[in-house]
Design a protein around this ligand. Structure first.
Ligand SMILES: Nc1ncnc2c1ncn2[C@@H]1O[C@H](COP(=O)(O)OP(=O)(O)O)[C@@H](O)[C@H]1O
Ligand SMILES: O=C(O)[C@H]1O[C@H](OP(=O)(O)O)[C@H](O)[C@@H](O)[C@@H]1O
Ligand SMILES: [Mg+2]
Length: 386
């Protein structure tokens, strides 16, 4: 055998051996050593009151929304693979026109970069905190039915579900405190230059209805906000209105955030007022004072409109809020734009009117379903540890 043939033979042998090893490794089942796949869901969220002051040291009341969710699957594998989603991470197109349309409507990015970013943030957090991670590899894949970039926190849902998978794969759930998890999820998005706040991530980690205070004193002292879960039965029936109208929450926030950092008096005082709406709203919910809740919701959107301006909010988004108000419902954005939460204080007859006007305007409307608490015993224990 000459040198070239010998090398080829050796490398074939080598790859055969590798393949055999991989085949053995891939065999699953209780008697084999391969752990089963792990899958977690994280739900969309509604900023009921106070958003977007969470991006600005404020307070919010937020709801975990059962209507939509993202799921992430982690399967042990030889290499570490981040699997692109067949539609959300499209890289094959019918034509040049198709590619351009797609970029115009949905931008350049899907969920792959989010999954990569949370892997990095998780790894660094564990390293910095002396949490040992085993050597195993995995394949991460995701799916989501959260309408894309509609202010329902589709981005952080993907990140949150991925973090949950990592916590279980490495068996470190008990070592990463519940209050710290939203910070990790936000860091992953910050890593990508997305301007966002903590409330989405808190709602997704905790589930249910949560009052959150991100005051500077808490953030500086604790490293996170103060999160108080509330009884979901305090909520009146709410409705969700949305349109398939993607808008980039990072872009929406960047200008206002810069003004706030530059000490713009109007933005600072308006954000303080928005934060106070959440404080008042918590009291209104506890007293089941729904007339007050309706006033606070409307005020919340009016303040956002003044701070961000019509152009940044988008005509279609503003129309969704106004359509609801035309039948006397209270309404505001769930997040940075694309979806609206509406409350009909006059009950079912008003809901019927709301459904009719939304249908006429071409918007989807549906009752809000709330996700109960997502915290299991192992998670709750971390709240007690120092
Ligand atoms: N449905 C989705 N599928 C895949 N990636 C998404 C989806 N929604 C958001 N993303 C990713 O998250 C980034 C930020 O989205 P964002 O504007 O925060 O939307 P949302 O309001 O849904 O959180 C996007 O640029 C994109 O990379
Ligand atoms: O502007 C808002 O209300 C929120 O915007 C972002 O959420 P999104 O669902 O991506 O629109 C941001 O992450 C939140 O912190 C803001 O409150
Ligand atoms: Mg987002």
């Amino acid at each position: 055998m000459d040198y070239k043939t010998r090398k080829m033979h050796d490398s074939n042998e080598e790859s055969d051996q590798k393949r055999r090893k991989a085949d053995i490794k891939m065999e699953r089942g209780p008697e084999k050593n391969i752990p089963p796949p792990i899958e977690h869901k994280a739900y969309a969220r509604i900023g009921l009151l106070g958003n977007p002051s969470d991006v600005y040291d404020g307070r919010t009341v937020s709801i975990s929304l059962a209507n939509f969710w993202a799921s992430v699957k982690l399967e042990p594998s030889d290499d570490l693979v981040i699997a692109p989603h067949p539609t959300h991470d499209l890289v094959q197109f019918k034509s040049l026109g198709h590619l351009v349309d797609r970029l115009k409507n949905e931008g350049y990015y899907g969920g792959v970069r989010l999954l990569m970013a949370i892997c990095k943030v998780f790894n660094n957090h564990c390293k910095d905190n002396g949490i040992n991670l085993h050597e195993g590899n995995f394949t991460l894949s995701y799916d989501t039915n959260i309408p894309r970039q509609t202010g329902l926190s589709g981005s952080s849902a993907i990140v949150c579900a991925a973090l949950s998978c990592l916590l279980d794969f490495y068996k470190v759930r008990h070592l990463v405190k519940v209050e710290v998890r939203p910070n990790l999820i936000l860091s992953a998005e910050k890593e990508l230059g997305i301007v966002a706040g903590l409330q989405d991530r808190v709602a997704q980690v905790y589930g249910g209805l949560v009052y959150m205070d991100f005051s500077k004193t808490y953030m500086d002292d604790l490293g996170h906000g103060k999160y108080i879960p509330m009884d979901t039965n305090l909520l009146p029936p709410l409705h969700l209105i949305y349109a398939e109208n993607p808008s980039d929450s990072g872009k929406v926030h960047s200008t206002v955030r810069q003004k706030w950092l530059d000490g713009d008096k109007f933005i600072i005082s308006s954000m303080e007022e928005v934060a106070n709406l959440a404080l008042e709203g918590r009291a209104a919910l506890l007293e089941k004072d729904y007339a007050r809740l309706a006033r606070l919701m409307n005020r919340n959107f009016d303040l956002r409109r003044r701070m961000f301006g019509e152009d940044a909010l988008g005509a279609l988004n503003i129309e969704m809020v106004e359509v609801a108000r035309r039948v006397g419902a209270a309404s505001k954005f769930t997040g940075s734009g694309g979806a609206v939460v509406a409350f009909c204080p006059d009950g079912p007859s008003q809901v019927k009117l709301l459904e009719d006007v939304c249908k006429k305007a071409g918007f989807v409307v549906q009752p809000v379903e709330v996700v109960p608490s997502r915290l299991k015993e192992i998670d709750l224990k971390t709240l007690l540890s120092k």
